[in-house]
Design a protein around this ligand. Sequence first.
Ligand SMILES: Nc1ncnc2c1ncn2[C@@H]1O[C@H](COP(=O)(O)OP(=O)(O)O)[C@@H](O)[C@H]1O
Ligand SMILES: Cc1ncc(COP(=O)(O)O)c(C=O)c1O
Length: 282
Amino acid sequence: MNILSIQSHVAYGHVGNASAVFPMQRLGVEVWPIHTVQFSNHTGYGAWKGQVFDGATIDELMAGIGERGVLGKCDGVLSGYMGSADIGHAILSAVAKVREANPKAMYCCDPVIGDVGRGVFVRPGIPEFMREQAVPAADIVTPNQFELELLTDVEVRTLADAHRAVEALRDAGPKVVLVTSLITNETPDDSIDLMAADGQGTYRVRTPKIDININGAGDAIAALFFVHYLRDGSAASALGKAASSIYGLLKRTKEAGSREILTVAAQDEFVTPSQLFAPEVV
Ligand SMILES: Nc1ncnc2c1ncn2[C@@H]1O[C@H](COP(=O)(O)OP(=O)(O)O)[C@@H](O)[C@H]1O
Ligand SMILES: Cc1ncc(COP(=O)(O)O)c(C=O)c1O
């Protein structure tokens, strides 16, 4: 399997492609990473150095890959944090090129806009771009609860609200939705939920909440969910596997007291999670 992964990259630590690429490789996937930025470290540190690339750079790399004649072998495109609408347009043009060469290729869009604690943290224009262009073009989307609410205008307080919002998002285009970090009024204080739907059903996984606040978990779970969905063709199966792997990864990270997720040291969690969480139909 070959996946084109267009995301931010950091030299030190694990967010964006630096969080998503290795877990996919560890699962045996050939990954073609294109970086939208190259920073020293993630922005959670408050200071960083490096460059933001532009749409033309992505177009150029896509043209080069196209010249190798391999786009027909690309099974999927994964995108994350976009940086600017210009980069967003280049990502959608990359998706179109891949689909032209392989009509069966899927596009998984992590519609990074913000989260419940921080609010919107992307540049002006990006929320509208996600809503009007990226989400309708995607086969799979992986919003957190904040992004789900923003993209659908549905306030999610109950499980029924979550169902309504997920169906509204599916009506907008993507047939598969994974909601991360979902807290409804039914979620116990010591737990965190994930929900996934694919038209065959809607499923939930509930794991313990770990006392850790870390960057890059969303990037890794979107990558794992995408790979497992492409392989298994089932949101329930992909949800159970991806959620179990991320829980194991974060548990090991907490035990080690690390500021960065243990993408390398805890890599066995990607293949054989130490604890398996089975999805329930909701
Ligand atoms: N503190 C935590 N405890 C348990 N699981 C967590 C925790 N933080 C993140 N996760 C897991 O990682 C997933 C992705 O995290 P999320 O916060 O949505 O990503 P990000 O903010 O990095 O995009 C969550 O759905 C959850 O399964
Ligand atoms: C460049 C870059 N990409 C991606 C991320 C992903 O962060 P998070 O997992 O918190 O959404 C961050 C977070 O700091 C970042 O700095």
